[in-house]
Design a protein around this ligand. Structure first.
Ligand code: GRF
Length: 210
């Protein structure tokens, strides 16, 4: 089977990366992680990659004098690894516009809420769940979406609801949503690998298998 080459970007602990890697262990899963990149040298996701002998690269815009130099180096890495799909799994940096153009409709992100609610710049991690709880929402969930030039604005690929319980804390809600994230992110990657994603008029359709 010709597998889809994915590069995963992480900023933190990497549990979504772990979920993807667990799926990749099956010969039947049509994708493989060819590299993990992080803007943080101490990201747990880099350790997970190293423990599986997957190239783990620390690259941050701070290391470069200009955005152009950063973009060039990032592009060089992605080309070296022959990336087909870029997966942002808890990655807190905005992707440079050149990368978004070059990988148009081939970059996805996982967000721990039902976009377009509770997304956008500054709404990440615990803050998302705090905002959901303080609004009094009865449902939240997780979204895998295509990445465009803005924060959390690209069209959804998969969304799944999670109930909000009366006694939820940001931590308990986050934990319930994380279980769903670990399921829908590998599923979305599989749809890409199976060539079933069609982006038309800014919306994603998932084609059925013949
Ligand atoms: C997840 O909740 C994801 O939705 C968000 O950041 C968190 C990353 O968690 N974008 P992990 O690093 O995958 O454990």
């Amino acid at each position: 089977m010709d597998k889809l080459n994915i590069v995963v970007f992480v900023s933190g602990r990497g549990s979504n990366l772990q979920a993807v890697l667990d799926n990749c262990q099956s010969d039947l899963y049509p994708a493989r992680v060819v590299a993990v990149l992080s803007n943080r040298s101490k990201a747990g996701g880099l350790d997970i990659a190293r423990s599986r002998t997957i190239p783990a690269i620390h690259i941050s815009p701070k290391h470069f004098d200009s955005e152009t130099e950063y973009e060039t180096e990032l592009t060089r890495h992605l080309e070296t690894f022959q990336a087909d799909l870029l997966v942002l799994a808890g990655y807190l940096k905005k992707s440079p516009s050149r990368i978004i153009r070059q990988y148009r409709n081939r970059i996805i992100n996982i967000h721990p809420a039902l976009l377009p609610a509770f997304g956008g710049e500054g709404l990440y991690g615990r803050r998302v769940h705090e905002a959901v709880l303080s609004y009094g929402c009865k449902v939240s969930g997780a979204t895998v979406h295509i990445v465009d030039e803005d924060y959390d604005t690209g069209p959804p690929v998969i969304q799944e609801c999670v109930p909000v319980l009366d006694d939820d804390t940001p931590e308990s809600l986050a934990a319930r949503i994380l279980l769903v994230e670990h399921k829908i992110l590998p599923t979305a990657i599989r749809y890409f690998a199976e060539n079933r994603i069609q982006v038309q008029a800014g919306r994603v359709r998932i084609l059925k298998i013949d």
